[in-house]
Design a binder for this molecule. Sequence first.
Ligand code: GKR
Ligand code: MG
Length: 431
Amino acid sequence: MTTTAAPRIARTRVTPILIGDPPLLNSQGVHQPYTPRLIVEVQTEDGVTGVGETYGDTDYLTIAEALAPALVGRPLLDLNDLTGFAAEHSPDVSGRARTEVNAGGLRGSRTTNKLLASVVSAFEVASLDALGRTLGLPVHALLGGKVRDRVEYSAYLFYRWAEHPVADAPSDDWGAALDPAGVVAQAQRFADRYGFGSFKLKGGVFPPLEEIDAIRALRAAFPDRPLRLDPNAAWSVDTSVHVAEQLDGALEYLEDPTPGTPGMAEVHRRTSMTLATNMCVTSFAEIPEAFASNAVQVVLSDHHFWGGLHATRELAAVCRTFGVGLSMHSNTHLGVSLAAMTQVAATVPELAYACDTHRPWQTEDVITEPQEFVDGCVEVSDLPGLGVELDGDQLARLHERWLTSDVRDRDDVAAMRQVHPEWTMPPAAHW
Ligand code: GKR
Ligand code: MG
């Protein structure tokens, strides 16, 4: 059934862009100098335009480019069957040949449904932005209203090189962080510059004992701040248990220490450590087993791969029902995604943990006034829609970069090979 009163979609636009990214290290390798994102625009027949952002690798772009023209003529308000509609209008990307490109592995299994949901989320957000602008209401009001005026984010600490090892790469002045002292210095800078009150260290880079030392150094430097460690499932169950015992009392939570729901359940059973995930619970289908076995105590939602802002609120309700905590995962993103994250986070009463964001690592954006982090928080905009304006010149510049580059997919393994030619994708639980 379709809604007839709402304005219809008259025009859609999908713009692939490449954004500069620092040499951040993780269990697979290192971030490339540029990473793809997609900016989606939805314009109503009244000429109101809404914007959304999502992952930009080839599979996402392929789906988005097929879905965008099919949406023209649909009522803006038909959001509840957007996923079904998208499934009908999507090309099959399941069999696309891949080499080792697997950044998706850092976000759990890479299923066709998740690819679809990630694309749908951008169109859902753009539609809500357009609807809010039409009605003069912020997106949070369309979701039932905000329960807080500011959303707290945590500082996302990465081991990193000072510079990319290739010519003509973007650069910044953060310097290298390759040991506990470097991690503490990075955390101090995050705290001084943005006021972040909690810290997450991306682990899985160095042997676990070195990462334990880094957390201990952070604990000594910031005795009262919540700390998290996320090795992206690089550890075996036994290693995870060892780290959890060593860091007992030092961590707010341990994130995805080991792959898979059964492994996570065993780590929790043997240690009582609070475990968070953006890898083993990434879709509704993965919830029953994980909650029944008490494998995770905090789900890190990502409105992109959960399918949008309404889906995020549905996830919040399920978590509430089962007494599981909720916070937010992030990947390299710009201000449109941050605005969507902030709007939906503002509506979830039980959000008890500061959300993740990569945004401070980005030095460019596609919005005219990038959000500021004050005391680690982003203010919840009450302006119509998402409360951000696209910067057409910036969008065109980053799209031009995409057009003139051959980077189409995030590939942390290939980036690492620039320095270590023998590097291959490390298997999960390799430590
Ligand atoms: O940006 O290197 C990274 C992270 O490792 C990212 O890809 C993860 O998916 O941020 C994510 C996480 O929390 O696991
Ligand atoms: Mg994670």
